[in-house]
Design a protein around this ligand. Structure first.
Ligand SMILES: [Zn+2]
Length: 135
């Protein structure tokens, strides 16, 4: 049984889930900030696409208050990373699917419409759980 979905809608699929200052080994970094997919999507729609906060909220299925909160969190994290030379990690929720018929296991970025059958044998006897990737 796929778990019920929240109403938020996220269309961005981060190409690079991790950014760090060039030439500095991971172990020597001063720190790291973690952006959620919601925060990334709000800055994509608001700062990149230039939508109003109200429009961003409509696009994502969340309130304008939540948009405003995600924006200030995202801006604070990005500013911290840029000013202090921190790495930026994008938190990547993925759904792990397992097929009971053929034993196939696969994963997808958390989707609005969950998979309903096995990608290998088409069986509908699948189950899923959320896993937050550490990359
Ligand atoms: Zn299968």
């Amino acid at each position: 049984m796929p778990r019920p979905r929240s109403s938020r809608i996220i269309k961005c699929d981060p190409v690079h889930p991790y950014f760090k200052p060039r030439g500095i080994p991971l172990k020597d970094l001063a720190g790291e900030v973690e952006l959620t997919l919601e925060e990334l999507e709000t800055i994509r729609l608001y700062n990149m696409e230039g939508l109003s906060q109200t429009k961003v909220g409509e696009n994502m299925g969340i309130s304008q208050t939540s948009v405003s909160r995600h924006l200030s969190e995202a801006h604070k994290k990005l500013a911290t990373a840029l000013v202090l030379g921190f790495a930026i990690r994008i938190k990547h929720p993925v759904d792990i699917y397992h097929c009971e018929s053929c034993g196939h296991t696969w994963k997808y970025l958390e989707q609005v419409t969950p998979e309903s059958s096995c990608e290998k044998c088409n069986s509908e006897k699948i189950h899923t759980h959320l896993h937050t990737s550490k990359n």
